[in-house]
Ligand binder design. Sequence first.
Ligand code: ADP
Ligand code: MG
Ligand code: MG
Length: 542
Amino acid sequence: MDIGGLETVVANSAYVSARGSTDAGAASVSRDRKMRARLQLPHITRCEHLRGRPDLDFPTVCLRQPIGKRLFQQFLEEQETFAPAGGLWKSVEAYAAAEESDRPRAAQETVNRFFDSAAETFCAFLEEAAVARVKEDARHGRADLFQEAEGQLLRHLEARAWPGFKETLFFSRSLQFKWLEGQSVSEEWFLDFRVLGKGGFGEVCACQMRATGKMYANKKLNKKRLKKRNGYEAAIVEKRILAKVHSRFIVTLAYAFQTKLDLCLVMTLMNGGDLRYHVYNVDEKNPGFPEPRAVFYTAQIICGLEHLHQNRIIYRDLKPENVLLDDAGHVRLSDLGLAVELPEGKDKTKGYAGTPGFMAPELLKNEEYDWSVDYFTLGVTLYEMIEAKGPFRCRGEKNKEVTRRILHDPVKYSEKFSAACRAACEGLMAKDPAGRLGFRDNQCAQLKGHPLFQKVNWGRLEAGLVEPPFVPDPKTVYAKDISEVGAFSTVKGVVLDEQDRAFYDDFSSGNIPIPWQEEMVETGVFGELNVVSSKSGTCFLL
Ligand code: ADP
Ligand code: MG
Ligand code: MG
């Protein structure tokens, strides 16, 4: 074995073992105690200034942010007046994630406990008409059975429980966590493991948050290389968009910070490799996926696209290489460096962006375009997963020929495609965006209803409850050998000035609230910190 090979083996084994220690949810085992000790809640008097912060409203604190929501739900449980509402809330959330076959039973139980005026935990704040409708429909077990009631529940909680909650220790505790969340982070909080891949501006490494033990991917953008290649705008767009979206089908940004040399984006670690690697390299003699596997990934990609489009973001760079697998075999979209956000009131954009062989006709013709370009790239991606070859690209061909084919030639389908799969590809790769399958009325309902997805339970898929058709081997590193990743040359002749530093400070905004709170909960740090001392020793506040 040469030195490069040995280096890879050593790096892989350190990485696989760190990964293993966190996979079982035992992140605390591999924590750095000294760093963990630095995560301490401040005295409550130091958080008073946060109390009136305008962004800390009911939906943010109690619905979107995991720590605030937990504390709020614990408050509801403790209060006799709100306990039924708290119970109903948990019950409808569990219903949404239930198996279809379980729903009628779960629905009836919820109705008995909260919708029946004779029940001890009857929710009298629900409107009579809504109660009657739920009772009437309960036996159907429809996915949206409790939607209307949940709306009334949340309005009730905002009007009645939220004001009182703000006077309690529970809310003070949420402010203490908010303070901790607002502390700056720097490279000393992270331990780097092996290189996972190479980007345009730097390496992507596996890393571990030392205080909690959680594993992440750290995408580094070299400051000088960014400046030399005019990459600032793309870097800040990628950071802003990643911080804005929260979907289990898109990589999540947890931290943004800087070192002397790099800007760093710390994101969800995707251990399972990218779809391109799985299509072509895992079984070279038999490339491509059986249809059910391709359909599963396509369905998850649709959920990711739908979330982006609901947030007015066009992705523009969907391709197998940018779709990454996690430990369990679920996929997420990554690399949002080419994405663009449409401002409110503007529904189209212009500009040449994407990867040859994937770009939609309207984009290639330099016309204005919208989300529809992402459904064209989805069609190309689905085709490639089945055929293990792009629909428009032949080896060694010039981009001009590829472009001509995208604009004018019909796609050829082999016997690998079922009728439904071929129809879906044709619908997605329609040359005219007006007739293309995609995103309408703020959702992908028509596309999700296509026969190709007949067997997909979208509710369970969206809740992450559908078992993936393929689970990556936990001992394999689905990345190139370190020696193959290749090194970067040093950047010469670039001097950084005050203006550059101002940009870096703006980029390095630190912890991203929702992922940070998720990490605290998931790794048990929230539970460890959420105690109060009392005269009789230490007791749980809650
Ligand atoms: P660039 O925008 O410069 O192309 P990418 O975001 O595509 O950079 O990252 C480069 C490579 O790093 C990817 O092709 C992939 O191999 C690896 N990578 C990126 N993000 C992750 C992640 N979250 N988890 C694991 N590997 C990743
Ligand atoms: Mg990339
Ligand atoms: Mg990129």
